[in-house]
Design a protein around this ligand. Structure first.
Ligand code: NI
Length: 192
């Protein structure tokens, strides 16, 4: 049974930020993500030079995992590219592989790249107002294909857990690249 008491948090509808400061975002810079990008040499050079902020997320770590409560928050992916690859999040499976997640796009322009262990890839373009259901068994990675921050709200069962390791080791089968200005799925030459 959950011990969580009712509470209210604020997330700005345009920026995704908690303006009251009740919760703080976690930031991921280029130096944290060098191996995540297909062209890690370019990513390393960018990390050494300006080390741009790639994405931020608010997550409610105070919600217990064991209880199967809900965790929610926002993620903010900044615009940019490493060579032809758009800025993105690391991406993860849930430790409970069958656990689903809901996203709601608040601002910006982008896509969710999903991939099952069996190799089924789905790229869902997202614009403000779009609500996305990520079914279980799908690793999910947010990609900013626009020129403004991509802001999304998400919610998932708190016991789902995050498996980042599988993606870190194997990579995604597909990349989302800017091909003549169009976000395009291409095979990842480094996929193992
Ligand atoms: Ni997730």
């Amino acid at each position: 049974m959950s011990d969580v008491k009712p509470f209210v948090l604020d997330f700005n509808l345009l920026t995704g930020r908690c303006d009251s400061g009740k919760v703080q975002p976690t930031a991921r810079y280029m130096k944290d993500l060098v191996k995540v990008f297909a062209d890690s040499a370019v990513a390393e050079a960018m990390a050494a030079e300006k080390n741009p902020l790639v994405y931020e997320f608010y997550e409610l770590n105070f919600i217990p995992e064991e209880s199967g409560d809900l965790r929610f928050g926002t993620t903010i992916i900044h615009p940019g590219k490493v060579a032809d690859e758009y800025f993105l999040t690391k991406g993860h499976f849930h430790t409970i592989l069958e656990a689903a997640e809901v996203y709601y796009c608040l601002a910006g322009e982008g896509a969710m790249l999903m991939e099952t262990p069996e190799g089924e890839t789905t790229l869902c373009p997202l614009k403000p107002g779009d609500s996305l259901y990520v079914p279980g068994r799908n690793a999910h990675r947010s990609v900013n294909t626009g020129d403004k921050p991509l802001v999304m709200f998400f919610a998932f069962r708190s016991d789902a857990g995050h498996d980042y390791g599988t993606i870190e080791q194997k990579g995604y089968r597909k990349l989302v690249l800017d091909v003549n200005g169009v976000p395009t799925l291409v095979d990842n030459p480094k996929w193992k």
